[in-house]
Write a protein that binds this ligand. Structure first.
Ligand SMILES: C[S@@+](CC[C@H](N)C(=O)[O-])C[C@H]1O[C@@H](n2cnc3c(N)ncnc32)[C@H](O)[C@@H]1O
Length: 197
């Protein structure tokens, strides 16, 4: 999928994935005033939520309309975020730069997924935390959101390989109700990752 696809989706007034943060992210916490990088952050619901918790948040997406909507959402909620318009194919991860990396439903094609996920360990500071939720490959059967291309959906094996450098790595595959905007609409197969450097 190209940025144009997401621009069309985000051009609408309504927020495609809602304005509340992802359910799994809401179960996680970061130390006060953490510097957090939210990737493939779309219209900014997760980044804005983290900014509301007092964190210093940078949100990356390659959709201009996503950047416009995240800026609008931050203004609506009275917080500051740092939006970055960038394609993850080219985004440069600074080493030891982040206390947290968050990527929610940021489905990427295989080669790009490996390249991007493979840089999280070095980009995190010591003690830094990664939080990821994505649809699992078995979401193909549920059809309640997410890309309907199996290679864009994730397995535990793939994510274990992507994040093998982390000593503390928890990966859970589960079925849960996902109601996060009109494109995430029901019982779904998800995979959740928490990793600490
Ligand atoms: C399903 S949306 C999730 C948005 C947000 N994380 C959320 O949970 O509401 C996937 C997002 O990934 C972004 N994306 C996909 N490929 C990208 C890439 N190569 N570089 C930057 N952003 C990308 C899209 O623009 C889109 O906003």
């Amino acid at each position: 999928m190209q940025a144009e696809f997401w621009n069309e989706r985000y051009k609408q007034e309504v927020f495609a994935y809602g304005i509340e943060a992802n359910d799994f992210l809401r179960t996680q916490s970061f130390p006060e005033g953490s510097k957090i990088l939210c990737l493939a952050e779309g219209e900014g619901r997760n980044g804005v939520y983290l900014a509301e918790q007092g964190h210093d948040v940078t949100c990356v997406d390659y959709s201009e309309e996503g950047i416009r909507k995240m800026t609008q959402l931050a203004e609506m909620k009275g917080v500051v975020i740092h939006p970055v318009l960038a394609d993850l194919n080219e985004y440069e991860f600074q080493p030891n730069a982040w206390d947290g990396i968050v990527i929610i439903f940021g489905h990427l094609p295989t080669a790009l997924r490996e390249k991007v996920h493979g840089q999280f360990f070095k980009a995190l500071k010591s003690g830094g935390k990664l939080v990821l939720e994505a649809y699992h490959k078995s979401q193909m059967e549920y059809k309640t959101g997410g890309p309907m291309t199996e290679t864009m959906l994730y397995s535990e094996e793939e994510l274990r390989s992507d994040f093998h450098e982390f000593e503390h790595l928890e990966i859970h595959q589960l079925e849960r109700e996902v109601h996060e905007g009109e494109f995430h609409f029901g019982t779904a197969a998800v995979i959740q990752v928490v990793a600490e450097k």
